[in-house]
Design a protein around this ligand. Structure first.
Ligand code: GLU
Length: 586
């Protein structure tokens, strides 16, 4: 058992966090009616309260998300964006709500370059220049209007209560604040809310956030316009363009306009659909690379009889399939409204077969992107653009963001990942409104040419991968996680653990995570290097990144043939999650 988590510091330091031993038990609940799994107890309780009031899974998901915005403000909130996947039971279909942040109209491909060279990454992160137009409130609005049964007033009530009454600083909250002290010290309203004398609030401190309660109240009263056109919009634009600096601090300003906010639209997109060993896998389409990359890796794995092989061999193949899929992701994927990514080719089973042939008995070094155009089967694409170079920078981004999942008594299911990008986003709390603004524009590739260069109105490529898996036309399980690009490997590995290694979902979630993203070495968690499994993989040529860190914080639902449902969350990562069902079963 692991007794320490190593967490990356946003501004270059590292902190060893000792996980409470009691947190090792996986939160797990089986029963009937609705179910919820999130990384925060108050958020899961909020979802349950809404289900108990007769709300559906969409209502409950928004209630949980709004509460996470209070209790987990460094991972998510109304200053950011996300991707929601919804299974509609009556219509038996899956839809997605893309509410990814967009680049303001002022953004050009050179926005993060100076004399042709990329600006210092961390300087951009902690700045107004990194802030994308927030999409979360528009996403919640679309979700409630189209698929929910309640109004903002009802679903925001639990979050308003938590923001007003306050919540206790947990160990993880404290450590995330400590990691980001330097970023938060730059901004007066952030220091006032989350620091005391410039230092992180100690665990156990009661935090109230009346500003965020006020923002939620204004949205409850005025609807989506209260965020995108009212005083909140003006406060956002002011904070981006003239960051509310602490005395003596300096940061880059952005150029966002009121029109950028008023014009923001969410997108209802068909899900990315693929198949794996008789299951239908529904994932997030572009601009998230999550669904496509998980699908390509699964297509590659499908050609191996993993169940019949030793675990070591199967894990080697999992790592290599992920490496190949990441090479393609890094080269081709970006916002589909700006870039014509060769998705049909990338997702074809024949392309996967060609990629599969490249896997040998030993770990490859970094691999080149494949040529999906040959598999595109589209006569309108005679030219084969050269694949963009693979981004050299592999960021440490192992658990930013949050993922939650909810189902209701009628069988509707939500799998929802949302974020403000880095821990604490840009570090800018909007004065008077208590929420942090994202730094999502740092998900663009700074130094083009690359499909994912910054452009006006464009959505930066994401890795978020909320997933719903069906068997015989009915939901079988959901899975999703935070963690930047490691989201993709966490989702992929959990599906592999569950379906190929035959692990129950709690064991699949608990297993040590290995994240191969076509870098020089595989990211792993503390405790893994030196283990017999690690040594055996090393003999096949696998290498581990130094400084192992906790990877992801997943949540899942599993639907059983008898109509019962099991909610599962994390037992030790990101503190501890919460899994609840409406009516307890066995
Ligand atoms: N910005 C990231 C993405 O969209 C999510 C943030 C993170 O988990 O690091 O993929």
């Amino acid at each position: 058992m692991r007794n320490a988590l190593l967490l990356a510091c946003g501004l270059g330091l590292s902190i060893v966090l000792h996980a409470p031993p009691a947190a090792a038990r996986t939160p797990l609940a089986t029963g009937t009616g609705g179910a919820v799994a999130t990384i925060s107890e108050p958020a899961s309780q909020a979802a349950m309260a809404i289900l108990d009031q007769g709300g559906n899974a969409v209502d409950a998901a928004v209630a949980a998300a709004a509460t996470l915005g209070v209790t987990d403000p460094f991972s998510c909130g109304i200053g950011g964006g996300g991707f929601m996947l919804v299974y509609l039971a009556r219509e038996q279909r899956v839809i997605t709500i893309d509410h990814r942040e967009t680049a303001p109209a002022s953004v050009t491909p050179a926005v993060f370059l100076e004399h042709g060279k990329p600006l210092d990454f961390e300087t951009v992160v902690a700045s107004g220049a990194a802030v994308g137009v927030p999409g979360t409130v528009r996403g919640w609005h679309e979700a409630l209007q189209r698929y929910g049964s309640m109004e903002f007033r009802q679903v925001l009530a639990p979050a308003i209560a938590v923001a007003e009454k306050g919540f206790q600083v947990t160990e993880i909250f404290h450590h995330l604040t400590s990691q980001n002290e330097r970023k938060f010290q730059l901004y007066a309203p952030t220091s006032a809310l989350y620091l005391r004398d410039g230092k992180a609030l100690p665990p156990g401190t009661l935090v109230r956030n009346p500003g965020l309660a006020r923002a939620y109240r204004e949205i409850a009263a005025g609807g989506v316009k209260a965020f995108y056109e009212g005083p909140i919009a003006r406060a956002i634009v002011e904070a981006v363009n003239r960051p509310p600096l602490a005395p003596g601090a300096r940061a880059l300003a952005g150029r966002m306009s009121l029109a950028d906010l008023a014009n923001y639209e969410a997108r209802i997109r068909p899900p990315l659909r693929s198949s794996y060993r008789g299951y239908e896998v529904f994932g997030m389409p572009l601009p998230s690379s999550g669904g496509a990359t998980v699908a390509e890796a699964l297509n590659i794995l499908e050609g191996f009889e993993l169940r019949r092989m030793p675990r070591l061999q199967a894990e080697h193949l999992y790592l290599e399939a992920s490496r190949l899929a990441f090479a393609d992701r890094n080269a081709y994927l970006a916002d589909p409204e700006y870039v014509d990514a060769p998705l049909a080719g990338l997702l074809s089973k024949d392309f996967a077969a060609a990629r599969r042939k490249l896997i040998g008995p030993r770990a490859a070094r970094t691999v080149a992107a494949g040529d999906p155009y040959a598999f595109q089967d589209d006569p309108s694409i005679p030219l084969r653009p050269r694949p963009a170079r693979t981004g050299a920078r592999l960021q440490r981004e192992n658990a930013h963001t949050t993922h939650l999942t909810v189902s209701d008594k009628d069988g509707n299911v939500v799998s929802y990942t949302f974020t403000i990008e880095s821990w604490g986003g840009s570090g800018i709390v909007v004065p008077g409104y208590g929420f942090l603004l994202n730094n999502e524009l740092t998900d663009f590739d700074f130094g083009g040419p690359h499909p994912n260069v910054p452009e006006a109105g464009k959505r930066p490529r994401s890795s978020m991968a909320p997933t719903i898996v069906l068997k015989d036309g009915k939901p079988a399980f959901t899975i999703g996680s935070p963690g930047g690009a490691t989201i993709i490997t966490t989702v992929l590995q959990t599906i592999f653990n569950h379906l190929d290694l035959g692990m129950p979902m709690d064991a699949a979630l608990n297993a040590p995570r290995l994240s191969e993203r076509n870098g020089a070495a595989t990211s792993v968690e503390p405790g893994f290097p030196g283990s017999p499994a690690a040594r055996a993989l090393e003999r096949l040529g696998h290498r581990w990144e130094s400084d192992p860190e906790e990877i992801g914080a997943a949540s899942a639902l599993v639907f059983h043939p008898d109509g019962s449902v099991t909610a599962v969350s994390e037992g030790r990562r990101h503190g501890v999650g919460t899994a609840l069902v409406q009516r307890k079963g066995h």
